[in-house]
Design a protein around this ligand. Sequence first.
Ligand SMILES: Cc1cc2nc3c(=O)[nH]c(=O)nc-3n(C[C@H](O)[C@H](O)[C@H](O)COP(=O)(O)OP(=O)(O)OC[C@H]3O[C@@H](n4cnc5c(N)ncnc54)[C@H](O)[C@@H]3O)c2cc1C
Length: 565
Amino acid sequence: MVTPMYEPFQQQPPNLVNQYADDRVLRSFLHRVLPAAVLAQVAPELMTMGDRAGGELYRLQLADRRNEPTLTQWNAWGERVDEIELSPLWRRAAHLAAEYGLVALPYEQTYGPTSRLIQFALAYLFHPSTDVYTCPLAMSDGAARTLLRAGDPALIERALPRLTSRDPARCWTSGQWMTELSGGSDVGRSETIARPAPDGSWRLYGRKWFSSATTGQIALALARPDGGAPGARGLTLFYVELRDADGRLQGIQVNRLKDKLGTRKVPTAELHLEGAPARLVGALAGGVRAIVPMLQVTRIWNSVMAAATMRRGIALARDYARRRIAFDVPLSRQPLHVETLAALQTEFEGAFHLSFLVAGLLGADEVGTADEQQTRLLRVLPSVAKLTTGRQVVEVLSEVIEAFGGAGYVEDTGLPALLRDAHVLPIWEGTTNVLALDTLRALAQPGTWEAIIGLAAHTSAGIADPELAAAGRQACAALAHARRWFDAAGARPQLERGARRLALTIGRSLELALLIAHAAWSLAQERDGRARIAAVRFARSPIDLIADDDHDDLALADDQPLPVG
Ligand SMILES: Cc1cc2nc3c(=O)[nH]c(=O)nc-3n(C[C@H](O)[C@H](O)[C@H](O)COP(=O)(O)OP(=O)(O)OC[C@H]3O[C@@H](n4cnc5c(N)ncnc54)[C@H](O)[C@@H]3O)c2cc1C
C-alpha cells in the first residue's frame, strides 16, 4: 500500500436542505398573511415541495445539466413530424406541477383570495429546481384567465378543465404566440394573417418567431384578419389547438429550436403557420386588449420567479460560504464577504415582498374582494414589479456567481445556468424599457398615483421603531418626488426618457415600504430582527432614481457630434 505524501484538499460543493423549512422570508410572510387554519392546511404541501426542491429535483437538475430538448423534423420514412422531446427533468416537472395544482390552485378557489398566494408560494419553491418549467405554467395560467375573461362558454368548457387539471395524463399547457420577426415589443407590426374557413373557424398563416411552449396542446395567438386594419388595433386573439386527434401538428411547422443564452430546457421554437386551425377569442378586433389578462398573469409569475431565483442563488452562496476557507477563516465569517451576501439578501427580500404583494392583488381581484385602490394597483404594479425584480435578479445572480470565485464560472457546478436563466426575466413578457413605457400609460389614468402613494403611506404608517419610521418617510418622499417629476415632465420625449428611472423609483419605494411593514410585524410577532435589518439596509440603497437632468443622450447613444461653445 502506498502512503500518500500529503492529504489533498477536497472542496465541498454547496448543499441545499428543505427549501421551505430553510426560507425564513417565505415562512414569515405566509405566517403574517394566511389565516392560521389555512397555513396549517397547506404547510404539509409546502414542506414536501421544499423537500423536493432541495433534494430529489435539485439532484435531478444537476444530473440533467447537459440534456436539452431535441427537435426531430422528419421520420425515417420522409414524413414531416416535427417532434420535440423534452429533457427528463422537464418531464418530471410536468408531472409534479399538475399534481401540486400549480396552475389549478387559483381556479379551484379552495382557499379564497389566498389561493393565489399558496399557488405562488409552491411555484416559488418549485421554479429554481426545474429549469424554468414555470414558463409553460405561467402561460397556461394566463391562458386560463384570458379565456375566462373572454367568456366564450364553448372555449371555457373545452380548455379550462384541462388547463387546470391535476391529472398529469389529462393536463394541458398553453403557449402564447405574439412575437414575430417584425416585432416583439411592437406587436402592431405582426404579419400573421387569419382567414375565415367555411365551417366558421379560422386558419392562420405566418411566422411566429418565439414560441416557448410548442410541446403544449394549445396556444393563444395574435393575428390580423385578412384585410383588417393595420397596426395593433387590427389584431385579433385566436385560440389554437396544435395537434389533431392522432397527435400530429395541424398546419404548423417547427422550423428550428432557438440556440439561446439560457433557458436551455425551454423548447423555444420558430414556427411556420400554414393554415393552422383557430377559433376566435372574444371580439373580432381588440386582440391586444383581449390578451392583457395573459400578460398580467405572466408578468406576476415572472416577478415571483425572479425572487425565487435570487433566493436559490443566495441559498447556495450562503452554504458555500460556510464551507469555503480563505485566509484561515470561512467566507461566512469574512466581514466583506458577509456584507456582500447581506446586500444580496436585502435585494431579494425587497423583490419577494413586492412580487407577493402583486400576487395577492390578483387573488383579491379574482374573488371580487379587490377594492378600488387594489384594482388600480393591479393595473400598474404587474409591470412595475416585473421590471424592478427583473433588473434585481440579474444583478443579484451576477454577484452570486462571483461569490463562488472561479467555481461560479465552471459549468459542471450548475451555477452558470443560474445567471443565464435569470437573464431572460428582464426580456420576455416585456423588456424593462417597454414596461416602463407601459407604466407611464397606467400612471396617466386617474387615481393611479393616489393608489400607489396611498399604499406606501398606509403600509409604513404607525411604525414605532425610529429607523423604520424614517425609512417609511424616505419611501413616501421618493414617491412624491416621482410624482412631481411626472407632472412637470411635460413633453412626451422628456417623459419617455425618464420612464425607466420613474418606474424603478416606484418599484423600489414600494419594496422599501413593504419591507418596513413586514419588519415591524416580525419584530412584534416573531421577536426577530432580521427583517428589520433588511429594511434598514434597503433604505440605504438607491431608492429615488429620479434625475432632473437634461443631457443630450444622442451625443452618446448614437455618437452624434456635439460641438462645444
Ligand atoms: C427565451 C425566450 C422565450 C420567448 N418566448 C416567447 C413566447 O413564447 N411567445 C412570445 O410571443 N414571445 C416570446 N419571446 C419573445 C419576447 O417576448 C420578446 O423578445 C420581447 O418581448 C422583446 O421583443 P423583441 O425581441 O422584438 O425586441 P425589440 O422589441 O426589438 O426590443 C429591442 C430593444 O429595444 C427596446 N425598445 C423597444 N421599443 C422601445 C421603445 N418604444 N422605447 C424604448 N426602448 C424600446 C427594448 O427594451 C429592447 O431593449 C421569448 C423571448 C425569449 C428570449
